[in-house]
Design a protein around this ligand. Structure first.
Ligand SMILES: Cc1ncc(COP(=O)(O)O)c(C=O)c1O
Length: 390
């Protein structure tokens, strides 16, 4: 639970803020859409290009895998790399041996990428049940109401992109595992802001371009090891099978049906082919940057900043908060509505003050990260006050 914020806090975080050139021009509160890259990634990419220019062997993929495994508290072999979150969700949905009548529970208001791949399973006889938000939240009871003896999987987001509600993954995962149900979590709105608790999660996916502050085109997927070994990957490539590339007879034996296709263990079976190695260099450097700041300190900082924004906004007449105010139910987002104002119009008015927010489902979303400080919160609250004439 974060305490109040002080000027000393801002002073302590000032060296971090200086690493983000975007803040010299803008009050950037939109990393829930696209994270700004810190300055040191220029050097990372230069190094990656030099490695390719001279074809010096690099170790980016191994470094990123090890750093990510440490961050998530999982085995490196349980991770695979993709292009984006959406692709990783599709891989999970497509790799399970669905039987007609199996049931999946989704959040009817989730980001479309975490609804569509599950809806498509209706073609395979799967029943998709949709839980509805209750005042911006998706509490356990709202999900439990849709769980039956046929439910095999629940798919939802760790942090909801349009309200900022944070799911208690330990409580939900334990409830589901007691019933033999898998939990699949889109973590893109939490990765880079906290350590996700994965003890009771079977699938956790995300991408590097939001709060991880990394490149686009780099997605990641964690699959709980025992679950992974039971899945048949939806796609197959040379990297996903136990195939000796130096032995042409190996492929011939497969083609002739003399040997069966054997998938690699754990997440190895999902990895198809080449991955975004240059992007992984950036991810490895970003993870060591975050690690040096400390994950608890990062989570406390973003909770404090967004909490300060919520408290300041709540005091304004005509402003209604969408994000729950309890720290246990939120993370870095401060989402609000302004009576009589269209959210896009508010976002435009804020942009005129060089404050960058987003409009999502009729509400204004401000997203905080470690590079923000109390002056950013104040600018946001003052600009909204000007709108409502408070
Ligand atoms: C909750 C959520 N899931 C998925 C995505 C899409 O991510 P990707 O482009 O990595 O598939 C977004 C935002 O773009 C999002 O907010």
């Amino acid at each position: 639970m974060p305490g109040g914020m002080s000027a000393q806090d801002d002073a302590a975080w000032a060296p971090v803020r200086h690493r983000f050139p975007v803040l010299r021009r803008q009050t950037y509160l939109n990393c829930a859409a696209l994270g700004p890259m810190p300055d040191f990634l220029l050097e990372t990419y230069q190094q990656a290009v030099l490695e390719r220019q001279h074809l010096t062997p690099g170790s980016a993929a191994e470094r990123a895998r090890a750093a990510l495994a440490q961050y998530l508290g999982v085995d490196g072999a349980s991770l695979s790399f993709w292009t984006n979150t959406t692709q990783a969700i599709n891989i999970v949905a497509g790799s399970i041996d669905w039987r007609p009548g199996d049931e999946v529970v989704v959040n009817a208001s989730d980001f479309p990428s975490n609804v569509l791949p599950w809806l498509r399973l209706r073609d395979r006889g799967v029943v998709v049940r949709a839980a509805a938000l209750e005042e911006g939240r998706l509490p356990l009871k709202a999900i439990a109401a849709h769980v039956t003896s046929k439910t095999r999987l629940v798919a939802l987001s760790h942090v909801l992109y349009q309200t900022g509600y944070r799911t208690d993954l330990d409580a939900l995962g334990q409830f589901l595992h007691q019933r033999g149900i898998w939990l699949s979590v889109d973590g893109i709105q939490a990765l880079g802001l906290m350590r996700p608790p994965l003890d009771h999660v079977d699938f956790y996916m995300g991408a590097s371009f939001k709060h991880l502050l990394g490149p686009r085109g780099l997605g990641l997927l964690y699959v709980q090891p025992q679950v992974a070994d039971a899945l048949v990957p939806a796609m197959v490539g040379y990297a996903s099978v136990a195939l000796d590339m130096d032995d042409p007879a190996g492929l011939a034996d497969l083609v002739q049906g003399r040997t069966p296709l054997r998938y690699r263990e754990q997440a190895g079976r999902f990895q198809l082919a080449h991955v975004n190695t240059e992007g992984l260099s950036a991810l490895a450097d970003l993870l060591s940057f975050f690690d040096a700041l400390g994950w608890d300190a990062i989570a406390d900082r973003v909770l404090s900043l967004s909490g300060l924004a919520l408290a300041g906004l709540a005091r304004l007449p005509g402003v209604r908060l969408v994000t729950p105010q309890d720290d246990a139910e939120r993370l870095s987002l401060a989402v609000f509505r302004v009576d009589g104002w269209d959210a896009h119009a508010v976002v435009e008015r804020l942009a005129a003050h060089q404050i960058v927010c987003a409009a999502r489902e009729g509400a204004v979303r401000a997203a905080f990260h470690v590079y923000n400080d109390a002056s950013d919160v104040e600018r946001l609250v003052m600009a909204v006050r000007e709108l409502v004439g408070g």
